[in-house]
Design a protein around this ligand. Structure first.
Ligand SMILES: [Zn+2]
Length: 73
């Protein structure tokens, strides 16, 4: 069975129909490569970081939803 190095971690990957994530060795390496590609495309540091989750919080989101519902009725 021929093998190719995983583009992310260089681990040999069997080049067979059973290799679900080829040319990557796993979904994890596929996502890592995809993430690297996307971050290169964006190249905006600090934007869309998980930090905004804590800062903005679900609280403000829920509040907005409630307001919208009240206005509708
Ligand atoms: Zn890999």
């Amino acid at each position: 069975m021929p093998t190719l190095p995983c583009p992310t971690c260089q681990k040999p990957v069997e080049w067979s129909p059973a290799a679900k994530w080829r040319p990557f060795c796993s979904e994890r390496c596929r996502l890592i490569d995809l993430g690297a590609w996307m971050s290169e495309q964006r190249s905006i540091p600090g934007e869309g970081a998980p930090d905004s989750d804590e800062a903005a919080g679900g609280g403000s989101d829920e509040g907005n939803a409630d307001e919208a519902q009240l206005r509708r009725h």
